[in-house]
Design a protein around this ligand. Sequence first.
Ligand code: SF4
Ligand code: SF4
Length: 97
Amino acid sequence: MRKDGPRWWEYEIAGIITEPGSTVRCKTGTWRSVKPVLDRQKCTGCKRCWLFCPEGCIRFPNGKESISIDYDYCKGCGICAAECRLKAINLVSENLS
Ligand code: SF4
Ligand code: SF4
């Protein structure tokens, strides 16, 4: 297993959890091929992206100014970008080299 977490083929069959808390070590951000990037000028802090992110990767600890995306776990599904009505999240290609 790599230091930044397992690759998809290294998971248990059917993704079973073999020990409590082990999913925290699975940095699923390594699966990403595109990355959501926030345009803070456009963002109003409505939290629609936060509501729809299936991985809970979007955080607002202290209001709009503190919005962040946890790239350790963001899988790059693009739902946040699709749901943002102000187009404040853009998907950019990951550097896969
Ligand atoms: S949905 Fe768009 S405007 Fe709303 S908080 Fe997310 S990035 Fe900002
Ligand atoms: S790309 Fe998907 S997983 Fe990543 S922050 Fe957006 S909705 Fe969440």
